[in-house]
Design a binder for this molecule. Structure first.
Ligand code: SF4
Ligand code: SF4
Length: 219
């Protein structure tokens, strides 16, 4: 078995053995011509196919398309897992009972829950805070599968999580209960703790677009 330093030496020797470029290759004109030929070939092929499709011809041969995101949303597979949300009871409180099943099963260790005692004796606990670090999440969906209360779902049809910092990629409990309420350029309220009465003051959770309808643009 070769070590890393031996592999590196081997590569350096290989690089020295490489054939020297001819004066014609050093002008880079053949490479430029090759690139232009390739681009033109795709351009004319697509132009021909799009015109042919309009005329009802060659419909079995797909042509490339450009999706004008975010004005035009790409259709998605119905089973696509997108950003998480927490579902609510009719009273406006989260269905989550802070059982920690999702936090325990999460392979990326990116769910952070703080449990609180619920004033309703029928509901043992509720999540005071519920945060997910999407920078670590691998979108495996185990948290959804493990939940005994159908309290967490990955059906918001939101997928873009670009942010200016790692912190910006966190989903706090308010964002989880109302997906799209926070711009990802704004800092999240990480580990913010809510009392049961605070949930009633939050806006209602919007229904996500139907599965496969296309990704929702970021807030
Ligand atoms: S989708 Fe997977 S990695 Fe992401 S929070 Fe859920 S369990 Fe963790
Ligand atoms: S979201 Fe579900 S699995 Fe996770 S703590 Fe709440 S009830 Fe338990």
């Amino acid at each position: 078995m070769t070590t890393l330093s031996e592999q590196l030496l081997h590569r350096i020797r290989d690089a020295h053995k490489r054939r020297a470029m001819t004066w014609w290759e050093r002008t880079y004109l053949p490479a430029v011509a090759q690139g232009l030929w390739l681009t033109s070939r795709h351009f004319w092929r697509n132009l021909f196919l799009h015109i042919a499709h309009r005329l009802g011809l060659f419909r079995h041969i797909p042509a490339s398309v450009t999706i004008q995101y975010p004005d035009q949303l790409r259709r998605t597979a119905p089973r696509l897992r997108t950003r998480h949300r927490l579902t609510k009871r009719e009273a406006g409180t989260p269905r989550c009972v802070a059982c920690m099943m999702c936090e325990t099963v999460c392979p990326a260790r990116c769910i952070y829950i703080v449990a609180g005692e619920h004033p309703d004796p029928n509901i043992e606990k509720y999540p005071k805070s519920f945060d997910i670090d999407l920078g670590k999440c691998v979108y495996c969906g185990y948290c959804v599968e493990a939940c005994p209360e159908d309290a967490i779902r990955m059906d918001t049809q939101r997928h873009d999580i670009s942010a200016y910092s790692r912190d910006g990629m966190w989903l706090d409990i308010k964002e989880l209960l109302h997906p799209g309420s926070r711009k990802f350029t704004d800092p999240p309220e990480k580990f913010v703790q809510l009392k049961p009465e605070d949930f009633r003051r939050l806006p209602p959770t919007p229904e996500p677009p139907p599965p496969g309808s296309g990704l929702a643009p970021s807030a």
